[in-house]
Design a protein around this ligand. Structure first.
Ligand code: PPS
Length: 296
């Protein structure tokens, strides 16, 4: 399946035709979740792969064998991608870990009534857009990124593939706050307190870990280890699909890289859009305070 130049418009949102078809997207909306399933939900570039790795390591009690021998897309397939059903059928692991970038207004009804556990991963939108911009340059299945100002406008308008970041986070987190089966974890929290994050996730999964196991999880999902682990760094993907000479998937792994890209005006503009679009949303963003301190 190449379809590198194809974009699928599904319910008004664009998805890369490579790995996504109308059928695979529709199948996701009819997916029979099991109560034991664990679903990672994120807008692209928010720390999805990191959370996949954390879950593999937690369920393996810190043993890195699976994370070093099985690609992340097989361990935690994307629900909306065409190969998902086949991967899940071939797998006998419990819990099943499934990943999705779908927005809540599409997938929410499918999850209703299920006790599947949901982990929503979010990240400072400024770091998301910078990471996504760089990823567009290497991923041949994504449209041409254009200039950064153009790309940023598309991000703020919600016209990039996978739709609006604002709708995604607002709608999903309105659910995570109200349910014991859901957890909202931020990329910043993972960066600042990885052992704490691992303990929160292991508690949701009811998979208690002893200190030594937590330490092993921390070690194996560090940026430096994941960057060299071919099962998660996407170097298994051939050049025709990802041009590895144009960048790496495990790019910087830092909080605040947006400062190397944003002008002051772009920063002010994003903040005004954020304020307008997030009105009525009670979320407190750890990154907001840090950004404010830095830019004053
Ligand atoms: S995707 O394409 O949606 O699955 O991408 P996603 O995995 O959500 O996000 C990729 C960014 O996450 C960074 N990353 C990490 N940062 C710190 N530590 C660890 N262990 C880690 N693993 C992945 C990755 O480098 C991408 O961010 P940028 O800013 O581009 O480096």
């Amino acid at each position: 399946m190449a379809r590198l130049d194809v974009l699928e418009n599904f319910h008004g949102i664009l998805f890369p035709g490579h790995l996504h078809t109308q059928e695979s997207l529709q199948r996701a909306l009819e997916f029979p979740f099991q109560d034991t399933d664990v679903l990672i939900v994120s807008y692209p570039k928010s720390g999805t792969t990191w959370m996949q790795e954390i879950l593999t390591l937690i369920t393996s009690k810190g043993d890195p064998y699976l994370s070093q021998t099985v690609p992340n897309w097989t361990r935690a397939p994307w629900l909306e991608q065409h190969y998902c059903a086949a991967v899940l059928e071939a797998s006998s692991t419990t819990p099943r870990v499934i990943t999705t970038h779908l927005p809540h207004h599409l997938l929410g009804p499918t999850l209703q009534g299920s006790k599947a556990k949901v982990i929503y991963v979010s990240r400072n939108p400024k770091d998301v857009v910078v990471s996504f911009y760089h990823f567009h340059k290497m991923a041949k299945f994504l449209p041409d990124a254009g200039s950064f100002p153009e790309f940023l406008n598309q991000f703020l308008e919600g016209t990039l593939t996978f739709g609006s970041w604002f709708d995604h986070i607002k709608d999903w987190t309105s659910q995570t706050a109200a349910s014991d089966n859901m957890l909202h974890i931020t990329y910043e929290e993972m960066s600042l307190d990885l052992p704490g994050t691992i303990k929160r996730v292991s508690s949701l999964l009811q998979c208690p870990l002893v200190e030594e196991e937590v330490n092993s999880c921390v070690k194996h999902c560090s940026f430096s280890n994941m960057k060299t682990n071919r099962m998660v760094n996407y170097t298994l993907i051939p050049e025709e699909i990802m041009d590895h000479s144009k960048g790496s998937f495990m790019r910087k792994g830092k909080i605040g890289d947006w400062k190397n890209m944003f002008t002051e005006e772009q920063n002010r503009y994003l903040r005004s859009v954020l304020k307008a679009k997030m009105q009525g949303c009670n979320l407190e963003f750890v990154w907001e305070e840090q950004d404010e301190e830095e830019t004053q």
